[in-house]
Design a protein around this ligand. Structure first.
Ligand code: ZN
Length: 483
């Protein structure tokens, strides 16, 4: 049994073809050309825009001419990951798929079910001989995975439909109706190192935080995990109130969208304070361990003596940096009132890095409410500017605020209940989706996101459930017929 032998052929046959076309993010020329050929072969109207996005259209079937148009949307790129022992050229080779029980898997590589199955269902709907539908469009975007580029560059005036079904979710029986927007805030605190005077009798210590859980700055921000930068700064600030404390170097965190797992600083205190520093540190460690005992089981805090460095930050810079980093918010700022359990607004104090002539602080903010995103962005800016740092923001991207009164949502729910006898779960996520960006150009869009069960996405363990795909295909068709 191969993928092309699975039923319904109209979906799995197309999915099988898609797995044979290379489509790494930012290199979508082959899959773009394949889509254009598909449109030509089936006599579909199509456009390929400057960004490489492909839009296809079919007119409404009998009786649906006056209904509002529906857009089906999926992204055409895939994450290309493989195991080390596999030879695979993602620019030229087909994905080697196989069937294992209820799952479609790939041999040693990502499968590209994300979002190949979304593309397959959209194309199956456009070419179905039996589906009754309003004017139907499909939008296939480029480079969702590494920059949401296609969604960013989508021009206004191209889409005609008023309702959009995004087919890029991967949880069976769940309906997504919102996502967070995001923006980055970057600070640079400029300074010139001072030489260390050996006669000043310093004690140098390296303070380290490691072994934290970390995680995604959106999905994991509400899990009570510690931020290594925050733990480090908290100790240093406490000590700076009791003695002269000077920072030689400070480094913490890594990726902007990850919660900091490690941080360390090389600091100087007066030599006679050495013992007190150790006593305070041990007290601090037990305090922190009790605060995080249920969450951070692998946490390690250490303090070790070091040889005296030759340079340190000026006193005023050390002090302002600690004040700013301590004041800078981190974590959940507000929860949604419409959707229980959904984080509405959060911020991540991602990294602190020593650069040539300045300290660089990277942070990122997320919110499903645009005005709150700007509020938290300003709050972080203020905390960091108080140190004297130069602060700038990225362009950011807008969120998609959940609309629990959406007609599309009602119809999708109804359809799901008719098929399964059960209510679908309605959810929103605290991370970015393409849908947020579509709203910028098409603010009237009513949207939901659905998709069949997948696991291990973005890794070679990616697998797609066959039965869930069959169910989602029925669900999609029934929803469209109700619109
Ligand atoms: Zn995806």
């Amino acid at each position: 049994m191969q993928v092309k032998d699975l039923q319904p052929y109209e979906v799995f046959g197309i999915f099988d073809m898609i797995t044979k076309v290379p489509r790494p993010s930012k290199r979508e020329e082959k899959i773009g050309a394949w889509l254009v050929d598909f449109a030509k072969a089936h006599g579909l109207e199509y456009i390929q825009d400057k960004a490489g996005n492909v839009i296809m259209r079919v007119p409404a079937t009998n009786g649906y001419e006056n209904h509002e148009g529906v857009i089906l949307q999926a992204h055409m790129d895939m994450v290309c990951e493989k195991n080390n022992d596999i030879v695979h050229d993602f620019m030229n080779d087909s994905i080697q798929t196989y069937i294992d029980g209820d799952f479609i898997k790939a041999r040693g590589t990502t499968l590209g079910g994300d979002d190949g199955i979304g593309m397959a269902m959209a194309l199956a709907a456009l070419t179905s001989k039996t589906l009754k539908h309003p004017n139907l469009e499909a939008l296939f975007t480029v480079d969702e995975e590494t920059g949401l580029t296609g969604a960013f560059k989508l021009e206004d005036g191209l889409l005609r439909g008023k309702k959009l079904i995004n087919l890029d979710s991967e949880d069976d029986g769940q309906l997504f109706i919102g996502c967070a927007g995001g923006i980055d805030t970057l600070a640079k605190l400029y300074f010139t190192f001072e030489n260390v005077n050996n006669e000043d009798n310093w004690f140098a210590a390296r303070v380290k935080v490691s072994g934290l859980m970390g995680g995604h700055s959106g999905d994991d921000i509400n899990k009570g995990r510690a931020n290594a930068n925050k733990l480090l700064v908290r100790f240093l600030f406490n000590e700076s109130k009791k003695t002269t404390l000077r920072i030689a170097t400070i480094e913490g965190g890594n990726l902007r969208n990850a919660i900091a797992r490690e941080a360390e600083a090389l600091v100087l205190v007066p030599f006679e304070y050495k013992e007190q520093l150790r006593i305070d540190f041990n007290n601090y460690v037990s305090e922190i361990e009790s605060e995080y005992k249920d969450v951070e089981k692998g946490m390690v805090l250490s303090l070790e003596s070091e040889t005296l460095p030759s340079q340190i930050m000026p006193h005023i810079i050390s002090e302002r940096l600690l004040l700013s980093l301590y004041a800078c918010p981190h974590g959940v700022q507000s929860m949604s009132k419409d959707m229980p359990g959904l984080v509405q607004t959060s911020t991540n104090l991602a990294s602190v890095k020593m650069r040539d002539g300045f300290v660089e602080i990277n942070t990122s903010q997320r919110s499903s409410v645009e005005s709150e995103k700007h509020d938290i962005k300003n709050m972080v800016e203020c905390a960091l500017r108080l140190s004297g740092a130069k602060v700038s923001h990225g362009d950011g991207y807008p969120g998609w605020k959940p609309n629990i009164n959406s007609l599309l949502l009602d119809k999708a729910k109804e359809a799901y209940i008719e098929i399964t006898g059960q209510e679908p779960e309605v959810k929103a996520i605290h991370a970015g989706l393409e849908c947020g960006l579509f709203l910028e150009k098409y603010p009237w869009l009513d949207m939901v996101s659905i998709g069949p069960q997948m696991s291990g996405v973005h890794s070679p363990t990616e697998q797609l459930s066959i039965s869930s795909t069959q169910k989602t295909w029925l669900w999609l068709q029934k929803t469209i017929e109700k619109l």
